[in-house]
Write a protein that binds this ligand. Structure first.
Ligand code: SF4
Length: 370
């Protein structure tokens, strides 16, 4: 077998950081994410705990030196509804990351925003804090559909927030839409897509609805209040989305993601390109090269662990090279470009090398508290 250096090539020595913000104003009917209702005291405790987790990553003797080798090039605040946090709280988390990690090559800082959770001055301060990309969860421009989804905003709110983002200086905006929701028609989906295109976002994500176990949507369908999603209709909507966005100049690069030239989501690409990222915050997932972990989802459990000086991984799966190779294959096949098997093979061989440096990636032993 070809002997490849166990150290990441310089151009790959980058790390993404994902911060999970598990609070929302209300719970959307289709939601199965780990999130709870916004509560002022809980958010303050959350911010303090996440700052501690960031410190734990950087101060851990096994991990800190390794992380120092990587430049952080993407920082992504997802949720939940990160835009519900006060600007000072978001800034505190950004600063904690900047103190703990090497940010010299950070090129993308994204904040997920829900309509009507910000105002112009807050958005300007977030832009000043370094955010250069916003992901706006619009989902639909049809107010009846938004109400049926349990979204706490209107299409007008979405238009207003998009306009404020532009005025604040965000020149890289992604818009999220949902396709195939019960009651949606091919025509109403097309109208929403057309309204999104009219705004001129740099990036569009369209997700077909999934009925998640335990969601209110599942209960509504089971009780007969709503019909189950029509899979044929969803397929038609998806094909319409692909052709309409293509005609509008957006290039599809992943199953659900479309971008103007040079505006692909750098952070999300890490998930599909077998690259490394830390997940920080309750329920956040991370991939360190040798392990995939998920932090404890319960805020109380999460806080207890970080307050005791332990990284809060609730589950952790050590990768064998074989498992990681298969994961990389599955994730990579989501990309329209597909996979370069030769590149993937070369990327994987170093992990198979008997000379693998213990500092080349992190195993569960280094992450879990139990
Ligand atoms: S805003 Fe997102 S995370 Fe929050 S309830 Fe709705 S779908 Fe779930």
């Amino acid at each position: 077998m070809k002997d490849v250096s166990p150290v990441f090539p310089k151009e790959e020595a980058s790390l993404g950081i994902y911060i999970h913000v598990p609070f929302c104003r209300t719970r959307c009917y289709y939601c199965a994410f780990s999130t709870s209702l916004y509560d002022v005291a809980a958010v303050e405790r959350y911010v303090a705990a996440v700052r501690k987790e960031i410190g734990l990553w950087s101060r851990n003797p096994d991990l800190g030196a390794l992380l120092g080798d990587f430049g952080v090039d993407t920082l992504y605040f997802g949720g939940g509804t990160p835009s519900l946090l006060e600007t000072r709280q978001i800034q505190a988390l950004v600063e904690a990351c900047q103190q703990a990690f090497t940010f010299t090559r950070c090129t993308e800082m994204t904040l997920e925003i829900n309509p009507a959770t910000t105002d112009a001055s807050k958005l300007r301060r977030l832009c000043d804090a370094g955010f250069n990309r916003a992901s706006l969860g619009i989902q639909s421009f049809d107010d009846a559909e938004l109400a049926a989804m349990g979204r706490p905003h209107t299409s007008e709110d979405a238009l207003g927030t998009f306009e404020e983002l532009r005025q604040a200086g965000f020149d890289d905006i992604s818009v999220d839409l949902i396709g195939g929701f019960p009651g949606q028609t091919r025509e109403s989906a097309a109208r929403s897509l057309s309204a999104a295109i009219d705004l001129g976002p740099e990036h569009v994500s369209v997700y077909l609805i999934e009925v998640k176990e335990g969601s209110r949507l599942e209960a509504m369908i089971r009780s007969g209040c709503l019909p189950a999603p029509d899979e044929d209709l969803a397929a038609d909507i998806y094909l319409d989305v692909c052709s309409t966005l293509s005609e509008a100049g957006y290039v599809q690069y992943e199953i659900s993601n479309f971008a103007r030239a040079g505006r692909r989501a750098k952070h999300n690409l890490k998930y599909w390109l077998d690259q490394l990222y830390l997940g920080i915050g309750p329920a956040a997932h991370g991939m360190t090269g040798h392990a995939r972990y998920a932090n404890a989802a319960d805020l109380g459990t999460y806080e207890r662990n970080v307050n005791a000086g332990k990284l809060p991984a609730g589950t952790c799966m050590d990768f064998s090279p074989d498992i990681r190779f298969r994961e990389a294959l599955i994730m990579g096949l989501r990309l329209v470009e597909g996979l370069d098997l030769a590149q993937l093979g070369a990327h994987s061989f170093w992990r198979l090398s008997a000379t693998l440096s213990p500092r080349a990636s992190l195993s569960c032993r280094a992450i879990t508290w139990h």
